[in-house]
Design a protein around this ligand. Structure first.
Ligand code: KIV
Length: 277
């Protein structure tokens, strides 16, 4: 079957027909190519970039310029996946005008299809404004890493009735504000399931159980390239980190032993030409 670029309507159809949506992060050209080749529906240039690629202790230091630099690399590689740029901390909080301007940069400069931002009811005016400017917005509720300190750390959210009610209300308000999708991070599966039933737009879970319309993971967690810590909701499908270290050890050994470069890696010239030098 001929593959076509994924659109917001395709994601809506998946929700309506009960087909699961797949999403993963990518931050560079070769990774984005592989994700696209694997047929994943959505690539998120997450602000997790800060931790898994740039080595920051958290996502709060990530800047617009860093996000745009990596967005450009990803979108140069992608043919089919829907691409979402993650708005970094303080790129949408200071004013609605600044939020629209920065969301616009993800579309105009980063060539993304949509933006994502974190927060519940408090970000509804910003979501409305960005959507009114013609930019699709993906919401992100539950554990919102940019404001994890305010939430009391990296903890499961919505575990008591009051917290759960607040998540359910926020999700509906964000849908009404025009969000086309909601990411739900680290919330009990029963609440994620209830929100998924309540909403007409797709829900994407990360640590939110099986009943969401789709799932998202951080690429470096999924392929074993980030060893600082692994959250419980992650499944590691391959351990690339140790495999790469072993390959690099082999390279070092071969160079030191004079085995690499071998005959097939060396360029020769004729003896006659060499004599003329
Ligand atoms: O930044 C990110 O990678 C994210 C996902 C965890 C959803 O926001």
């Amino acid at each position: 079957m001929e593959r076509k670029k994924i659109t917001v309507s395709d994601l809506m159809v998946k929700k309506e027909t009960g087909k699961k949506i797949t999403m993963i992060t990518a931050y560079d050209y070769p990774t984005a190519r592989m994700v696209d080749q694997a047929g994943i529906d959505i690539i998120l240039i997450g602000d997790s970039l800060g931790m898994v690629v740039l080595g920051y202790p958290s996502t709060v230091s990530v800047t617009m310029e860093e996000m745009l630099h990596h967005s450009k690399a990803v979108t140069r590689a992608v043919q089919y996946a829907f691409v979402i740029g993650d708005m970094p901390f303080m790129s949408y909080q200071t004013s609605v005008e600044k939020a629209i301007e920065n969301a616009g940069r993800f579309i105009k400069e980063g060539m993304c299809d949509a933006v994502k931002l974190e927060g519940g009811s408090e970000v509804v005016p910003v979501v409305k404004a960005i959507v009114s400017a013609g930019i699709p917005v993906c919401a992100h509720i539950g554990l919102t890493p940019q404001t994890a300190t305010k939430l009391g750390g990296f903890k499961v959210q919505g575990k008591d009735a009051q917290g759960a009610r607040s998540l359910i209300n926020s999700a509906k308000e964000l849908e009404n504000a025009g969000a086309f999708m909601v990411v739900m991070e680290c919330i009990p599966d029963v609440i994620a399931s209830r929100i998924t039933d309540d909403l007409n737009i797709p829900t994407i879970g990360i640590g939110a159980g099986r009943d969401c319309d789709g799932q998202v993971l951080v690429y470096h967690d999924t392929v074993g390239l980030f060893d600082r810590f692994t959250p419980r909701f992650v499944k590691q499908y391959i351990k690339l980190g140790p495999m790469i270290v072993n390959a690099l050890k082999d390279y070092k050994k071969e160079v030191e032993a004079g085995i690499f470069p071998a005959k097939e890696h060396i360029f020769k010239m004729s003896e006659e030409e060499a004599r003329k030098i």
